[in-house]
Design a protein around this ligand. Structure first.
Ligand SMILES: [Zn+2]
Length: 325
């Protein structure tokens, strides 16, 4: 990793109209407008805004602990990544500047870096971005940033591709988050999203979400993880004994098995991944389930030159949109 090019950076406190300038030997960057200096530590440039709303801080803390309790990379994560970004392919990142909005522990950053991007900006407000920096420290094209996705410290039109997978629905205002991703995208650039769907998730919205909001999101993730062990083990047993065999490991959803497209898909994962999925669904204070028409309406507001929405595993949405050139 190296420090990012200064012309891409703006002050998170003063906004997109305040470009950063090089600092001195101890502070790589500073804002000439407010005078704030920005430091780099353990490979991460800290561009988090000075004020972070409490709900966002709580969500970020839960995800930071969730990621750090599952700090590993595995080969199957690349296939899942390519599923989420389809129809984009590895060659679509070559020679590009890429924003990975909400990188978590860097399981996708690692692949983006290897696909030949000129610059990769993995951004996360949680401490997990330190893991992303560790995993990608051999790549000089990766510039990990700690920052808030609702106030990206990047200049207008500074990236060619923006990828945001499983993150927009955890922002306090997903619609504003989408606008912010669009702002930093160059004309002709591509945005790729994957979000929780409202369709197909009625039982989660009505049964699981009240438990998340009222109970589990209030328990620190480090404590919640062992408490969820019986649930994780039960799910894992159902995946291996029922969903995997009957769906041919996710290749053929079956009508009589509830939620079989998604559970068949994750039936091939090892226990630690299933345990992480359970924790990931139950620990955050903020989670929205977004309908297809809602996402289409937001994309129409941008507006996108062209966009495509794809229902993924019958419980989530993948969207790809191109900014007018
Ligand atoms: Zn400033």
């Amino acid at each position: 990793m190296t420090l990012p090019p200064v012309d891409a950076l703006t002050c998170p406190d003063c906004g997109p109209g305040a470009p950063l300038v090089p600092g001195d030997s101890t502070t790589p960057f500073r804002c000439p407008r407010c005078g704030r200096v920005f430091f780099s530590s353990r490979g991460v440039l800290d561009l988090a805004p000075g004020d972070i709303p409490e709900l966002t801080r709580d969500t970020v803390s839960q995800f930071g602990d969730s990621w750090s309790s599952h700090e590993y990379l595995a080969p199957y994560q690349e296939k899942q990544f390519l599923d989420w970004i389809a129809p984009l392919r590895p060659e679509d990142f070559k020679g590009r500047s890429v924003l990975e909005a909400g990188c978590g522990k860097g399981r996708h950053t690692f692949h983006l870096a290897g696909y030949g991007a000129d610059h990769v900006y993995p951004v996360d407000l949680s401490s997990a971005v330190l893991l992303a920096a560790d995993y990608t420290k051999a790549f000089p094209n990766v510039h990990p940033l700690r920052a808030n996705l609702l106030r990206l410290p990047l200049a207008d039109a500074s990236v060619d591709v923006a990828v945001c997978l499983g993150v927009l629905h955890h922002l306090q205002d997903p619609r504003e988050g989408l606008k912010e991703l669009w702002r930093v995208l160059r004309p002709g650039g591509t945005l790729c999203l994957w979000v929780y769907g409202r369709e197909g998730n009625g039982w989660i919205v009505h049964l699981v979400d009240p438990v998340r909001k009222g109970i589990t999101s209030r328990i620190p993730a480090k404590i919640l993880r062992p408490l969820l062990l019986p649930l994780s083990l039960t799910l894992f047993a159902a995946l291996k004994l029922v969903y995997g065999p009957f769906t041919r490991r996710g290749q053929r959803p079956v009508g009589w098995l509830p939620y079989s497209a998604y559970l068949g898909y994750i039936s091939k994962f090892p226990f630690r991944e299933v345990e992480h999925i359970v924790l990931d669904h139950l620990c955050p204070p903020i989670a929205y389930y977004l309908s297809g028409p809602q996402i289409e309406a937001w994309l129409a507001e941008l507006p996108a030159a062209k966009s495509a929405l794809r229902w993924h595993n019958r419980n989530s949405w993948n969207a790809v949109a191109v900014k007018p050139g």
